[in-house]
Design a protein around this ligand. Structure first.
Ligand code: SF4
Length: 463
């Protein structure tokens, strides 16, 4: 999972990029980077850590430009350190180019081997590098695609790249005088476009436009290649797919509740998930307690549908990042205790329905149940507003391997016993699908095992 942001045609684009990528911090906390162009050349900052801590005011002095792209990263492919942080910068026959990418390619290793066998050198271990390396490898114009005269030099190279890569990619290319916004034909990852007068903005989620008081214009469509330069905007659809596979996990967990992605308001979908679980659930209880933050919105839906009071029985410490994103189990364990505390004032003697967004390994739920018991809850009914996670993601979300997924190792009763709850219930797959607009256009493979794309790289497939 990563967050990407772009701005074209703005005085101090670097500052827009700084605030825009800050608004996407929840999508990655390992590293941050900004590439900026003054229409003459491209400069780059890349640092490990959170946006506000990593990029100091002094870093932006002398880092001026009219267009910029930015990235926050957590690793789904390649080493997690700052070496693979983005944007990646390359030197091509068209001059310098920077790229940011959200997603995961499913044929990275085979393509990389093919290029290495031809003598190409790779400098990173991230699949994003292919978007630079392949730019110099060929040209391709799909049948029926008419190129604007201004795009005849660049786009055949870009189309060649897109003809070779397979998988999930929402990406932004920054050339010294133009920007390209691209989404893979199945549309796995979100990418939206906003504007402030003649300034064009691109972001993984619409919340990045709110911070800049920009208007949300539209989504970049699956398969779209959009070029923006001083002459205007031009849109192409070089590769079409009959099937879309937008990631439903974005709506369950990753995107912020106030964001608009995949033609859906995240808040509405999450609330509906809670309502639908309430309709599927027969439990008797006194209060509904959300696991903050991602359980909060579905808990509102659940409590309203059931007519039960919503209480803040778990209080979040906001100075800690999200536990899912830590790379090792030990760090995740500590972070659960650092980030949540129980609230005895509302829990003591109560039959509690606990609402969480998903149950992946089960370790977080186990700790939460222990915490609620210690605070005096009489009964604990764990309710998950998504189905059991049964398959890993190959398309850009850092889910664990198949063996680490608790729903692959245990049945419902064993999971309940492992986490220590009095009862456990998940939202059905049908329920989740009916919570979104156009469910046939979504990937839900981690819940259904129905993968929309064949995974070519064996190293990925054995997960
Ligand atoms: S497998 Fe799951 S996490 Fe991955 S793209 Fe599909 S829905 Fe999203």
């Amino acid at each position: 999972m990563c967050g990407i942001f772009g701005v074209f045609n703005a005085e101090h684009a670097e500052r827009y990029a700084f605030y825009g990528i800050y608004a996407l911090q929840h999508r990655g906390q390992e590293s941050v980077g900004i590439a900026v162009s003054d229409f003459e050349s491209i400069k780059l900052i890349r640092k490990a850590g959170l946006v506000l801590e990593a990029i100091r005011k002094e870093d932006l002095n002398g880092f001026f430009g009219y267009s910029a792209i930015a990235h926050v990263r957590y690793s789904t492919a390649g080493d997690p350190g700052a070496t693979n942080s983005q944007p990646l910068l390359g030197e091509t026959s068209l001059g310098k180019v920077a790229v940011v990418h959200n997603g995961n390619l499913v044929n990275y290793l085979s393509l990389r081997k093919e290029l290495e066998d031809k003598g190409k050198r790779f400098f990173y271990t991230s699949d994003t590098e292919l978007f630079l390396t392949l730019l110099e490898e060929g040209e391709f114009i799909p049948e029926g695609v008419e190129l604007h005269p201004l795009d005849r030099e660049l786009l055949p190279k870009v189309f060649y790249v897109l003809s070779r890569v397979r998988g999930a990619y929402s990406l932004l290319y920054l050339f010294k005088d133009k920007m390209l916004a691209i989404r893979d034909p199945m549309g796995f990852r979100p990418l939206l476009m906003g504007r402030i007068k003649d300034t064009f903005l691109f972001a993984s989620e619409s919340c990045a436009f709110d911070i800049l008081q920009a208007e949300l214009w539209r989504e970049i469509k699956p398969g779209e290649v959009l070029v923006v330069d001083k002459q205007g905007i031009r849109s192409y659809f070089p590769f079409k797919s009959n099937k879309k596979a937008m990631c439903i996990f974005e709506l369950v967990y990753f995107s912020k509740p106030e964001s608009f992605v995949f033609d859906n308001w995240v808040y509405r979908v999450r609330k509906r998930m809670g309502e639908l679980l309430a309709y599927e659930d027969q439990v008797s209880a006194d209060i509904v307690v959300p696991v903050p933050d991602s359980g909060l919105v579905p808990a509102i839906g659940y409590s309203q549908a059931k007519g039960l009071p919503l209480e803040l029985g778990l209080i979040r410490n906001h100075y800690v990042g999200r536990s899912f994103i830590e790379p090792t189990q030990e760090l995740r364990d500590i972070k659960v205790l650092m980030k949540l505390n129980s609230n005895r004032a509302v829990l003591e003697g109560k039959r509690v329905v606990v609402i969480d967004d998903s149950l992946v390994r089960g370790t977080t739920s186990k700790k939460i149940v222990g915490m609620l018991k210690r605070a005096g809850a009489k009964e604990i009914h764990m309710r998950i507003v998504s189905p059991p996670v049964v398959g890993p993601c190959y398309f850009g979300i850092d889910t664990p391997t198949r063996d680490e997924l608790i729903a692959n190792r245990m049945n419902l009763e064993d999971i309940r016993s492992f986490i220590g709850a009095d009862s456990l219930k998940y939202l059905s797959l049908e329920g989740l699908r009916s919570a979104v607009e156009n469910p046939q256009d979504f990937c839900d493979a981690c819940f259904s095992n129905l993968y929309p794309l064949e995974v070519e790289d064996t190293a990925l497939r054995i997960r």
